[in-house]
Write a protein that binds this ligand. Structure first.
Ligand code: FMN
Length: 351
């Protein structure tokens, strides 16, 4: 049934009043809100399944000692211990054993022809760790296991280094130029996007900080016309320019990287930090982009998962349209907040 303009306004106003009433009622107690979301709303249902799916995968990986996520997290914790100004003579003894186990398992899963950089990094940090901590039964046990695989006199290169080695000051104006150049672009040339340029930008995106260096994000890129077409129509915000997008990327996050439900938002934070670098880097190779909102709609999630076959614990963070900007196309001005609205110093609100 198609509503007329006036009926649509009336229906929308009724919906807002009804929703307003419901949320005020359920806000009275966490019991009300829990009942509401358990029995009357399916809003969080897929997210909950994803979180549970992530935990199942996570604990399976833990059981098999085969988690690259956990290897990265633990190696990161050891690096943190190594860079502390007053380094303790013994640290990480609670998890050094499992870290060496993860390391051995991850090495066994990599091919001899191509050793991933993170394996070399883990080896170097472990070498550096065992060469600097004092003797202690748990540490000694892990050390023995580690050196049954590695040579004691291997050179460790991927280890903490001094910031004084980075002396180049990047001019502020250069960064400003780049940041100002990036604009959400919705009008692209009908021109193939070279993958090597995108990969160049992805190498920059990979440098983004991530919580405990877990690196849970993945760029699923589509440049095959039929797939691009399907994908471009999935996000709600591509109305009017979906058919003009030459390449599209779904940025996803893997919830199996975490041991606790409390970390479920980390994928969105890590993914967004990486996406920003990616979009800036695209500008440096002559490409433009538009981030695309991925609304929490169960059916959309299911549609995407069914189309490309991703596991339940992999969540979409956002889509990104990519292409050569049409020099004759317009971009929105999109004024930004004044500094006074953007920030406050030492503000303590009275409640
Ligand atoms: C997470 C996110 C989701 C967005 N979703 C859409 C979208 O669905 N459709 C769209 O046209 N623009 C989308 N945008 C682009 C914003 O509209 C744009 O960033 C904003 O208006 C500021 O403009 P600028 O990026 O050119 O500075 C999105 C931006 C972000 C960060």
């Amino acid at each position: 049934m198609k509503l007329s303009g006036q009926s649509w306004i009336v229906a929308k106003s009724f919906y807002i009043s009804f929703k307003n009433f419901i949320i005020r009622v359920i806000s009275l107690s966490w019991v009300f809100s829990s009942i509401y979301y358990a029995f009357f709303s399916r809003t969080f249902i897929r997210e909950q399944r994803s979180v549970i799916g992530g935990l199942i995968r996570h604990f399976d990986d833990l059981k098999n000692n085969s988690s690259f996520f956990l290897l990265r997290r633990n190696i990161h914790r050891i690096e943190k211990g190594l860079v502390m100004p007053n380094r303790r003579p013994i640290f990480a003894k609670e998890y050094i054993g499992e870290t060496v186990d993860f390391y051995i398992k991850c090495v066994s899963q990599s091919s001899a022809e191509h050793v991933p950089r993170e394996i070399t990094w883990a080896r170097d940090v472990l070498l550096s760790y065992f060469n600097s901590v004092d003797s202690e039964p748990l540490v000694n046990k892990a050390k023995k296991t580690f050196f049954s695989l590695e040579q004691k006199d291997n050179v460790a290169l991927s280890v903490p280094y001094s910031r004084s080695e980075q002396t180049t000051l990047i001019p502020h104006k250069d960064l400003k130029l780049l940041v100002n150049k990036r604009k959400s672009t919705r009008v692209f040339l009908n021109k193939t996007v070279p993958r090597d340029l995108v990969d160049k930008a992805l190498n920059i995106a990979a440098l983004a900080p991530t919580s405990c260096n877990r690196q849970p994000t993945h760029y699923r890129i589509y440049d095959e016309p039929e797939l691009v077409k399907k994908m471009a129509h999935l996000p709600l915000g591509t109305l009017g320019f979906a058919d003009n997008i030459p390449m599209i990327c779904a940025l996803t996050g893997d919830l199996s990287a975490y041991s606790y439900e409390r970390d479920r938002h980390s994928i969105y934070i890590d993914g967004s930090l990486s996406a920003m670098l990616f979009m800036l880097a695209l500008e440096t190779v002559g490409l433009a982009s538009c981030p695309l909102n991925w609304a929490e709609i169960n059916e959309l999630d299911r549609k995407f998962a069914d189309t490309v076959g991703i596991p339940i614990h992999e969540r979409v963070i956002m889509f990104i349209a990519i292409g050569y900007p049409d020099p004759n196309g317009l971009v929105a001005f999109s004024e930004k907040k004044d500094l006074d609205l953007l920030r406050s110093y030492n503000k303590v609100a009275k409640r």
